[in-house]
Design a protein around this ligand. Structure first.
Ligand code: MN
Ligand code: MN
Length: 300
């Protein structure tokens, strides 16, 4: 790996670390999730990096892809199981990592089991070795502790300006026939008290641009133009609403425009992913640089 590329990863990891530290510190009872999200995202930019995706704040049975709505009023409860997933990039080189937080410690065992699963997976993340070994470690560890891995979510490679590149790293045994090559990867086990199967919810807060043509509605066209600043990386509706407010576009016009863009396939959607009701899900995630001579864990 080129030194310049490696240094960008390391810089992204340093900023990721301060962002995750800030998020954990702010994740106190009664905090407005919207405020937490905006403060952390602001810090990432102030420290000279950029968000690779909107901060994900998923609660309880929610596993991923939830980020506060533009007018969100959700506050963190003592009993909540919160997943904080942050992606930071420097010139397109991404550090992607997550922690789980639970203020009343009722889910401490689940978080611990998940952390152990991640550590065990990291211990077998070596150049030239089967990707499958990581999934096998994750599944074995979680099951021994009485949880299920979320079978339909997994880790992934990290490409330049590409959050989900090859290889895909299933959170279970017998899910991959690839061997690890040189490059960046993210390992992200999820522990569930349910079946270990997440489904798409109706809620969509995160989008990316798929194509820039095919709609006539003038507000929809304006939204494409404004979202152009986000490039090809995912963005939050609340980020777009900041731009539309500055451009004096009415809230209802944004709502109508967004619907058009989804229908026309101009905006790709990342629906919130949920386990079944009354299950709880934890997530922990680390990014790694796999080199022939060694593996570097980012953001430690
Ligand atoms: Mn992540
Ligand atoms: Mn990830």
């Amino acid at each position: 790996m080129e030194t310049k590329v490696l240094n960008n990863y390391k810089k992204a990891a340093t900023v990721w670390k301060s962002a995750i530290n800030m998020a954990e510190k702010k994740a106190k009872e009664g905090v407005l999730l919207l405020e937490l999200a905006e403060q952390v995202e602001k810090l990432i930019v102030e420290e000279g990096a950029a968000c690779a995706f909107p901060i994900n704040l998923s609660l309880n049975e929610e596993a991923a892809h939830f980020t506060p709505k533009w007018n969100d009023t959700t506050v963190l409860k003592k009993t909540d199981l919160l997943k904080i997933d942050i992606g930071v990039h420097v010139e397109g080189y991404i550090c992607d990592g997550a922690v789980s937080v639970n203020l009343d410690n009722a889910h401490a065992k689940q978080i611990e089991a998940n952390e152990l699963a991640l550590a065990n997976a990291i211990s077998v993340a070596e150049f030239g070795k089967p990707v499958e070994r990581m999934g096998a470690e994750i599944e074995r560890t979680l099951k021994e502790k009485g949880f299920n891995p979320v079978y339909n979510l997994g880790g992934h490679g990290l490409g330049e300006y590409d959050i989900h590149s090859s290889p895909s790293i299933p959170n279970h045994a017998r899910g991959s026939s690839q061997n690890l090559e040189e490059g960046a990867i993210a390992i992200e086990p999820f522990a569930s008290t349910g079946r270990g199967n997440v489904m798409e919810s109706q809620q969509v807060e995160i989008f990316s641009i798929e194509k820039k043509f095919g709609v006539r509605n003038p507000f929809a066209r304006k939204l494409i133009e404004l979202a152009g600043d986000f490039g090809e990386l995912p963005f939050a509706e609340r980020w777009l609403r900041k731009k539309t407010a500055a451009a004096k576009i009415e809230d209802y016009q944004v709502t109508v425009g967004l619907k058009e863009l989804m229908k026309a396939g101009c905006f790709h959607t990342y629906p919130g992913l949920r386990e079944s009701a009354r299950s709880t899900v934890t997530q922990v995630e680390k990014s790694l640089i796999v080199l022939e001579e060694k593996t570097i864990v980012l953001g430690e």
